[in-house]
Design a protein around this ligand. Structure first.
Ligand SMILES: [Zn+2]
Length: 361
């Protein structure tokens, strides 16, 4: 199983210069390679492969000496990145999806480079990067498993190292416990056991702050320095909120996967409500997608089963007798003529679990 760890870097002025230098060299190479692919195809009807392009690197170093100041594998990875962009393009094209052709990258769209194998090592509080330096790193946890690649990334003027690690998956002891989960708007989720997973307070607080910053931006004059600064601050806060949300989703999904052997969700892709603009915003805000994704991959590596069901009718149907009890979104209690009374979302969660069990049996 793959797992990615992201750590903040604190490069010195000189190291920052080196990072930007490598980044710019990679970007220019990327654009050059893309151009050569396009020209080869237009003029000779020939498509250049990864290997053909990779083989040109030593020669390029002869007439562009700056390339010698970039770790050779980092350059190879640029060739690979372009090749991947091509493959993705053809795959989308074949699947009849909207297929954007690989594009030339302006500076604003090229913010990372990768050491695919070697040229980097963690040494105490520093990350040694070939051709860059001995960069201070904040390791808030130790990466587990085998580190495969190291990507250096710049975002909102901050520097990060992302390690992609290969971890052996360890199955958890079997669990007979089963649970259905209804994703909510005011809370993150309600389970068929009647448990609530709240949207955390710190997120709500941050959201208020976000709104204030957003207003601050719109009040400043376009093109002004102060507006630029406000935009920067807003972007940083956005990132902070996204990180907190992710941490929270990680924790909550871990709890679920540790406890339950069978987990049922509504399938968000066939959720009709996503079409509703207002609700769609809430969905994005409460981070359902991340939550479901985390549960799914954690469950997979732990040998748990996750089933997604069509949520149609799950909030209207009585989980006790199967009767349909129509109710608008404002009615929070499910009350059936059979005598069954429950929280609206809990009733839905039980229906989701039932549907999932039917689907697998
Ligand atoms: Zn009923």
């Amino acid at each position: 199983m793959q797992r990615t760890y992201k750590f903040r870097l604190y490069p010195t002025k000189k190291e920052q210069e080196n990072i930007h230098f490598v980044l710019e060299r990679c970007r220019l190479l990327y654009n050059r390679l893309l151009d050569e692919r396009i020209v080869a195809y237009k003029q000779r009807g020939q498509s250049l492969s990864y290997y053909e392009q990779k083989a040109t690197l030593p020669e390029r170093k002869q007439y562009i000496p700056e390339l010698k100041c970039v770790h050779s594998q980092v350059l190879q990875h640029v060739v690979q990145r372009l090749d991947k962009a091509y493959q993705a393009f053809f795959r989308r094209f074949k699947n009849g999806e909207k297929a954007g052709f690989p594009r030339f990258k302006p500076e604003s769209r090229y913010n990372s480079f990768t050491y695919p194998q070697s040229g980097f090592s963690i040494e105490g509080k520093h990350l040694r990067l070939s051709k860059i330096g001995h960069v201070r790193i904040r390791l808030h946890r130790q990466p587990q498993g085998m580190i495969k690649t190291c990507t250096i990334m710049i975002k909102n003027d901050k520097y990060y190292a992302c390690f992609s690690c290969e971890i052996e998956s360890v199955p958890l002891p079997a669990s007979e416990k089963r649970i259905g989960i209804d994703l909510g708007i005011t809370k993150l989720a309600v389970t068929s056991d009647g448990e609530r997973i709240e949207s955390p307070h710190f997120l709500r607080k941050c959201e208020e702050k976000l709104k204030r910053k957003q207003r601050a931006v719109s009040k400043k004059m376009r093109g002004s320095n102060r507006r630029y600064k406000a935009v920067r601050e807003l972007a940083r806060l956005h990132e902070k909120v996204a990180n907190q949300r992710k941490d929270y989703a990680h924790k909550e999904s871990r709890k679920l996967v540790n406890d339950y052997g069978f987990i049922a969700f509504e399938d968000l892709n066939i959720q009709g409500m996503v079409k509703n603009h207002h609700l769609a915003k809430s969905i994005a805000d409460c981070g359902w997608n991340g939550f479901v994704k985390f549960v799914t991959y954690k469950a997979e590596s732990a040998g748990r089963q996750v089933v997604k069901v069509n949520p149609y009718g799950t909030s209207q149907r009585c989980s006790n007798c199967g009767e349909t009890v129509k109710k608008s979104l404002t009615i929070r209690i499910h009350q059936c003529s059979c005598g069954y009374v429950a929280d609206r979302d809990e009733n839905a969660a039980i229906n989701i679990l039932k549907l999932a069990l039917q689907n697998v049996s």
